[in-house]
Unconditional design. Structure first.
Length: 188
């Protein structure tokens, strides 16, 4: 290939490079303007700070803490009683008949099961503490949610997230929910 051929190839490559740069720049500007036109208004709230500023929430939290502590103490006493039963069993075991030994072991095991069940009943996922928390705190959370929703609508926010992580969506306009559309597409 001659020097003239190399020169023509380099001009062509340079020209193509310039044209590509211009195309990329135009596409980038169009993308930015489209994004700017469709910018969504969003905000965040610190739910912890909001809830702690509601006096009723603080009162409810104190009630729940007191109730939980009372139940913890009750369960701790039950476990102390089981330990006492076991120590007594160990002390008297050499003097017991096989039948009496078996009866005492069953008593201890049954008592342990009962205390575990009581613990589950009080502190389990659907336990009394959870139910009590729902009855005391849920109405306050709904009150806060209603205030957030009203503020979002007044200021025309489309989304409101919780702070500091921003991972929890507190409010969104109904038309932004694509759940039904995704389900419809998946079931096609």
């Amino acid at each position: 290939m001659t020097n003239k051929g190399l020169f023509i190839e380099s001009i062509t490559i340079n020209q193509i490079s310039k044209v590509m740069k211009k195309v990329i720049m135009v596409a980038f500007v169009l993308l930015l303007s489209t994004v700017a036109m469709h910018a969504q208004r969003s905000a965040y709230v610190d739910m912890e700070k909001i809830m702690s500023s509601v006096p009723e929430y603080e009162t409810a939290q104190r009630q729940l803490d007191q109730l939980a502590e009372r139940w913890r103490q009750e369960i701790a006493k039950e476990y102390e009683q089981i330990e006492s039963m076991y120590r007594e069993y160990q002390t008297r075991e050499p003097l017991m008949s096989d039948e009496m030994r078996k009866t005492k072991q069953e008593e201890i095991v049954n008592k342990e099961k009962a205390v575990r069940e009581l613990n589950k009943q009080r502190f389990g996922a659907e336990g009394e503490l959870f139910t009590k928390r729902q009855s005391l705190v849920k109405p306050l959370q709904e009150k806060v949610y209603d205030a957030i929703k009203k503020l979002a609508q007044e200021r025309k926010y489309e989304f409101i997230f919780s702070a500091p992580d921003g991972a929890t969506l507190i409010y969104a306009e109904d038309d932004k929910d694509l759940t039904a559309e995704v389900i419809r597409r998946l079931t096609k």
